[in-house]
Design a protein around this ligand. Structure first.
Ligand code: BMA
Length: 339
């Protein structure tokens, strides 16, 4: 049964409600990766993130000053590895090379914002191609070792920026979060909503459902977008970004929501305040000012920790951490989204 579109949820503030005060904590040595760490880079930002054994893997998006590689802005995606989660070695050669393979060669022109999900023994990587003619759509590939990348297919039509895979099947189906884009928003239709879809095989997708739209908080007034969900005891934890527009341009913050484990169409918790906002010098100044943007997070149940490697001002990569259980509790404390 197709249900109604979600209504905007009530805006809560400290004055009128019980919004939680959860904040991620920045690593004091931020930024941890800067353009100086890669020869010829103008920006090293917005990494996909995962663990492979005891190594932290980031898939960093690099914008080259020279536009040496194919791409609108010369963006390529490189593996960065670390044993302590702080000091990273970046591979000099791109991990995903759009020039490798037909038919993707001419489609895959802007390699940023990778999302990584470990599923069935593979690391699946989905990234948007922002094509100047064909629009923005999702491309899926996979790897077992972050050395060899296999393209699989194009899995979303324009304009869909970031399909984000769940790390396991639910009731026999693969699930993903989508971020379709409306070009002409008005007072009834917002731009940049989050949707849900499922698939029997990761390639063919359907059963689309609207999930959450902007407007639930001032920091997420204009657009929102997802990252790959993380399984916790109490629900699927999803770090989201939210965008607010002012006469100074866009401002990007991070938030979080919790989805029901058995039925991810149900938002059982949503933090109404932002959990990280662009307040430091390195987040407020750069290629695109006033941006904190995450493409995922790494959870460690034993340490009760969540690590978020995020892009700051579309220029460098920073780390923020927090208690995993407290973030889940904050989602639940601020309450569900009632459709
Ligand atoms: C979004 C994405 C991100 C970027 C953000 C701010 O649309 O393109 O890569 O960090 O804008 O510029």
């Amino acid at each position: 049964m197709i249900r109604n579109l979600p209504k905007t949820v009530k805006i809560m503030t400290k004055e009128n409600g019980n919004i939680s005060d959860y904040q991620l904590t920045r690593y004091e040595g931020n930024p941890i990766i800067t353009p100086e760490d890669f020869p010829g880079a103008m920006a090293v930002f917005n990494p996909g993130q995962t663990m492979m054994g005891d190594e932290t893997i980031l898939l960093v998006s690099i914008i080259h000053r020279s536009g040496k590689y194919r791409g609108i802005e010369g963006a390529t995606s490189h593996v960065a590895r670390s044993h302590d989660g702080i000091n990273f070695q970046i591979d000099p050669e791109p991990f995903i090379n759009p020039t490798d393979l037909e038919p993707y060669r001419w489609l895959d022109v802007h390699l940023i914002d990778t999302r990584i999900t470990y599923l069935d023994g593979w690391y699946y990587i989905i990234h948007p191609s922002a094509h100047p003619i064909w629009g923005t759509f999702g491309i899926i590939g996979r790897t077992k070792d972050f050395k060899n990348h296999e393209y699989m297919d194009v899995i979303s039509l324009p304009d869909n920026r970031v399909p984000c895979l769940f790390p396991e099947k639910i009731n026999g189906f693969y699930y993903r979060l989508d971020r379709p884009y409306r070009v002409a928003p008005n007072e009834h239709h917002t731009d940049g909503n989050i949707w849900l879809a499922c698939s029997p095989d990761l390639i063919h997708w359907g059963h689309f459902r609207p999930l959450l739209r902007p407007g639930f908080a001032p920091w997420a007034q204009t657009k929102i977008g997802p990252t790959p969900p993380i399984r916790t005891e109490k629900g699927w934890l999803v770090i989201i970004h939210g965008v607010a527009q002012s006469c100074a341009g866009y401002r990007y913050c991070l938030g979080a929501m919790l989805l029901d484990l058995e039925n991810p169409e149900r938002i059982i918790g949503l933090v109404r305040g932002s959990i990280l906002s662009p307040d430091t010098e390195y987040e407020r100044t750069g290629v695109v000012p006033n941006v904190v943007f995450a493409c995922g997070a790494i959870a460690d149940n034993d340490k009760d920790q969540i690590r978020v490697y995020y892009g700051a001002a579309d220029t460098c990569i920073c780390l923020a951490t927090g208690s995993l259980s407290k973030l889940v509790e904050a989602c639940l404390a601020d309450g569900p989204v009632v459709q």
